[in-house]
Design a protein. Structure first.
Length: 164
């Protein structure tokens, strides 16, 4: 799968909207991720309103790519009704990675900006999006058409592999 090797974090975007069909494809890819006991702890908020994107960019010192992004996706975790709540972070990580790979496949650029487990960042996202107690903020993903795209790097490091 070439997207695994060509995907990079894209932080600058063209000034053009992302089509709703492509945003839906990103969400479908995210929801196709594996999860512990098939609990699927994810919820999403898709943000295209400029004022909200700009406010979300202040939720973390690393969320600035949202200032120029035409869309952002808040990856949220459900707080209730999970069979294996201790695995929710792994499940949400898998769904976020799927979303990033689908963005690459569709010719979009994206960057994953961690929010959890830092309480002040989680609180900021919750306040901006008006989240209730039933969900918590895991990550933000800025999405758009890349203005520039860094070259991918081969990160394979043989010294980190043990063969037995």
């Amino acid at each position: 799968m070439k997207e695994i090797f060509s995907r990079v974090s894209v932080r600058r975007y063209e000034d053009r909207p992302v089509e709703e069909e492509k945003l839906e494809r990103l969400l479908r890819a995210a929801m196709a991720a594996p999860s512990a006991g098939n609990q699927q702890p994810w919820e999403f908020t898709v943000v295209r309103e400029r004022a909200l994107l700009d406010r979300l960019a202040g939720a973390s010192p690393y969320a600035k790519p949202l200032l120029g992004a035409p869309a952002g996706i808040a990856v949220l975790g459900r707080a209730q009704g999970l069979r294996f709540p201790e695995y929710a972070v792994q499940d949400l990580s898998a769904c976020t990675q799927n979303l990033l790979l689908e963005a690459e496949h569709l010719g979009l650029g994206a960057v994953w900006m961690g929010i959890a487990p830092l309480a002040e960042r989680m609180r900021a996202v919750a306040e901006i999006l008006g989240l209730g107690a039933e969900v918590w903020a895991f990550a933000l993903v800025a999405v758009g058409y890349p203005l520039e795209k860094p070259a991918p790097h081969d990160r394979f490091d043989e010294s980190r592999v043990q063969w037995r």
